[in-house]
Design a protein around this ligand. Structure first.
Ligand code: UDP
Length: 249
């Protein structure tokens, strides 16, 4: 896989990371498509080239909100655990789309699912995930944690701790490129933090990630970089250590 001509001398800021992306990042802003092949292809290309450029180990956690969220069904009267399971299955669909696109970019990729479905994905086994990463494969963690009552933010934090990732790169897709004092789409005076402490995110109730995930990252010293995933080249910038987004630590 290594292409010496492409190899970047500058070291990556982190050697093993989790990129958390919402399912909606794969959807189309210009149409009704739940998965936009062009968007997935662009993201996959950026992930593959950043991995190659920095020789960094990358695992992905993808949400399912473009297809289904547990709370959607709950509001419609579907029992919460069933609705959450539907949401977890939605993440598997997104994971397969990412795997296919990454492999089209010649990046070997394995989907590891927290719910067993032997025909489509490997089961999640921590040591196997680490082995894949060491071999230069991208790992996509699918089906969240396999438990209802969570969103994919918490499994992103949990898997990061389990595999010894040094940081979580939380990609946004809504045009908000970091953590602000208020929602910049509503309040034009909102200011962006370059860096912020976990405690401040919690005490100021800045909803960048689920509170469960934030607390977990705080307790386990896992920094989170919140950045605009949709801005082309940002994954590379984040890994290079450029001051983009907001670092929570
Ligand atoms: N989900 C779950 N357990 C998990 C992860 C996800 O039950 O460990 C369900 C939950 O219903 C959630 C849905 O899967 O709403 C899709 O995930 P998420 O909402 O995180 O998707 P995103 O907003 O990131 O696209």
């Amino acid at each position: 896989m290594t292409n010496p001509a492409n190899f970047n001398e500058s070291p990556a800021r982190w050697k093993r990371v989790i990129i958390k992306m919402s399912g909606e990042a794969l959807a189309s802003s210009s149409s009704e498509e739940t998965i936009d092949a062009e968007v997935v292809d662009r993201l996959a290309g950026e992930i593959a080239s950043a991995r190659e450029m920095f020789q960094v180990e990358i695992a992905l956690v993808v949400g399912g909100g473009n297809i289904w969220r547990g709370t959607t069904g709950e509001h419609a009267g579907i029992e919460r655990s069933t609705s959450d399971t539907m949401g977890m299955l939605a993440t598997v669909i997104n994971a397969l789309a990412l795997q296919e696109a990454l492999e089209r970019h010649n990046q070997p990729t394995r989907v590891l699912s927290a719910l067993s479905m032997a025909e489509v994905a490997e089961p999640y086994i921590r040591r196997r995930a680490i082995r894949h990463l060491e071999k230069g494969r991208v790992v996509v963690f699918a089906a969240g944690m396999g438990n209802p009552y969570f969103t994919t933010d918490t499994p992103a934090a949990l898997r990061a701790a389990e595999i010894g990732a040094e940081a979580i790169l939380k990609g946004t897709h809504s045009g908000v490129d970091g953590v602000y004092t208020a929602d910049p789409r509503v309040d034009p005076t909102a200011k962006k933090f370059e860096e912020i402490a976990f405690m401040d995110v919690i005490s100021k109730d800045l909803r960048v990630m689920d509170l469960t995930a934030i607390t977990f990252c705080k307790d386990n010293n896992l920094p989170i970089l919140v950045f605009d995933l949709m801005n082309s080249g940002n994954i590379e910038r984040a890994l290079r250590g450029e001051a983009i987004g907001t670092l929570i630590r």
